[in-house]
Design a protein around this ligand. Structure first.
Ligand code: NAP
Length: 483
């Protein structure tokens, strides 16, 4: 514990909580607190509050009193025992309350009750069962007239941990390491400081984010937050886990959360359309939205996946052309594999650029539907290896961990083909390796991902991000920690 304590302070932590309930042997409190390198909170959490302490309650209270007698800066006292441990010396009292089932309606009453227990700081941690719980918690913190830390636990609650400072939270809790979360949904100190730049979030910080369910796999937070940091923009990009049936309530909460723009992904890409007041023509054509902007009273929807996919293909074929000039995709024979959301955006773009499209997918009826909607031919999945000039994989085949799979037999690849794999993890899929070894031109899923993020960042902020830096951030993020 002492080694980790020193390590955190070296990384910049200003306040460290020592969870004495994680020490199974007898605790030498004096030794832990002697020569401590920064302000310290001593906590001995019971099992019923999510801790590890199983000894007697009397012994636990003695440990807390001993920490106070040793002059620790803060001691954490649960609201039901706070009155048993009187104020002494300079030690400040964090009065805490945990609820692992839900976020109760009466947060303000709870806060008032806890404040009256001679609290220097009130800490409330409750389980979020729906995104609206986060807003209620954050607004309780904002409206409180004393130092307060309030956060929601669980995957849905992660945004409340990140956005605390925007609503005036005194501090937040993070773990020593991302694999050692002490409470559900907790982020590591490294994630909180390096990815989310928690220390630079303030009352005016513009909030952006991604809505999805699940959301933990999204790499967009790393990319957008790194750009905010590098360009000196006062913004934060937050992963919001929004279950499908809570989208309406979340959209109602957007302005109170300070949200100016959202990336939208599965399962909300179609459903979010009904909340828009203005749509980009591509959104109408594709029937899916992946970017939403909130400007005054307007809610604007865009599809940057479509634009990114087309820009990447045109670049590979000689360059993106201005409107009115025939695209290098015109009259090209293109085979699209897959018939999901990405295939839909690609088919729409290819139709508008006059390509001759063939589509094949596992479920023939879905492929047929896209061929009927956007023009083109539909063939059986087994018949996909016919000659083509351009191949676009819009299936997840070859994606991590199935990196030894390819959606297209390499014996049918020709050196004059352009092969575009939308899968971006790994960057070099088996399909792209095969294509490269056959001398084909290639476009990777990373190219497309970066392009759509660039367009999205520009829509969000009106500023040009650095493509090279986004690429570098994405490469580091792929395969790194998830939250
Ligand atoms: P989706 O809506 O789930 O569609 C996937 C399509 O692939 C479906 O038509 C599915 O067939 C088909 N498919 C899945 N497994 C298959 C298999 N084993 N054999 C044949 N067909 C199969 O997914 P999506 O949102 O379109 O995303 C597709 C891929 O695009 C993702 O896996 C991701 O790697 C990539 N992507 C890339 C970016 C980027 O920026 N680079 C962005 C988003 C997505 P059924 O209809 O039978 O289910």
């Amino acid at each position: 514990m002492l080694a980790e304590f020193a390590h955190l302070v070296e990384q910049g932590a200003e306040l460290v909580e020592l969870r004495l309930d994680y020490i199974s042997s007898r605790v030498n409190i004096q030794r832990l607190l002697k020569d401590r390198p920064c302000a310290t909170v001593v906590t001995v959490r019971r099992e019923q509050d999510g801790g590890k302490y199983t000894g007697s309650e009397d012994a636990r209270l003695i440990m807390l009193r001993e920490a106070i007698a040793n002059g620790v800066e803060y001691v954490d006292l649960e609201d039901d025992v706070a009155s048993k441990i009187p104020r002494f010396g300079k030690t400040k009292r964090i009065i805490s309350h945990h609820n692992f089932r839900n976020t109760p309606d009466n947060l303000r009453d709870l806060h008032n009750h806890m404040k009256a227990l001679d609290a220097d700081i009130v800490k409330i941690a409750t389980m979020a069962n729906q995104p609206h719980d986060n807003l209620r918690m954050l607004e309780m913190v904002q409206e409180s007239d004393s130092d307060t830390v309030g956060m929601c636990m669980g995957d849905i609650g992660i945004s409340s941990r990140i956005l605390g400072p925007r609503f005036g939270a005194k501090f937040t809790y993070a773990t020593f390491h991302h694999e050692r979360a002490l409470a559900p949904g907790q982020l590591s100190y490294e994630q909180m400081t390096n990815v989310f730049r928690h220390n630079s979030i303030g009352r005016q910080t513009a909030v952006y984010g991604v809505i999805a369910d699940p959301v933990g796999h999204s790499l967009s937070p790393q990319i957008h937050n790194a750009e905010f940091g590098a360009l000196g923009i006062d913004g934060v990009y937050v992963p919001f886990r929004v279950p499908f049936d809570t989208l309406g309530q979340f959209m109602d909460d957007v302005s109170r959360l300070g949200i100016r723009g959202l990336s939208v992904t599965i399962p909300h890409k179609e459903a979010v359309a009904k909340f828009l007041t203005k749509v980009d023509p591509a959104v109408k054509g594709i029937g899916a939205v992946n970017t939403v902007l909130f400007r005054d009273e307007e809610v604007l929807g865009y599809n940057t996946d479509y634009k990114a996919a087309m820009d990447c293909l045109e670049n590979a074929l000689g360059g993106v052309v201005p409107p009115g000039v025939p695209s290098p995709l015109q009259d090209k024979k293109v085979l699209v594999l897959g018939a999901g959301g990405v295939a839909r955006a690609v088919m729409y773009g290819l139709q508008r650029r006059g390509a001759k499209t063939t589509i094949a997918s596992r479920t023939r009826s879905r492929a047929q539907h896209l061929a009927d909607t956007f023009g083109g031919k539909c063939v059986e999945w087994q018949a996909r290896h016919a000659p083509t000039e351009i191949l676009v994989n819009c299936t997840p085949i070859g994606m991590h961990p199935n990196v030894d799979e390819s959606p297209f037999n390499k014996t049918h690849l020709k050196s004059n083909m352009t092969v575009f794999d939308t899968v971006y993890n790994p960057e070099s899929t088996l399909l792209l390796k095969d294509a490269r070894s056959h001398g084909c031109k290639i476009v990777s899923g990373v190219d497309m991902f970066i392009k759509q993020a660039q367009i999205q960042f520009w829509l969000f902020t009106g500023q040009e991000p650095s493509e090279a830096r986004m690429r570098e951030t994405l490469r580091r993020a792929i395969g790194s920690v998830k939250y």
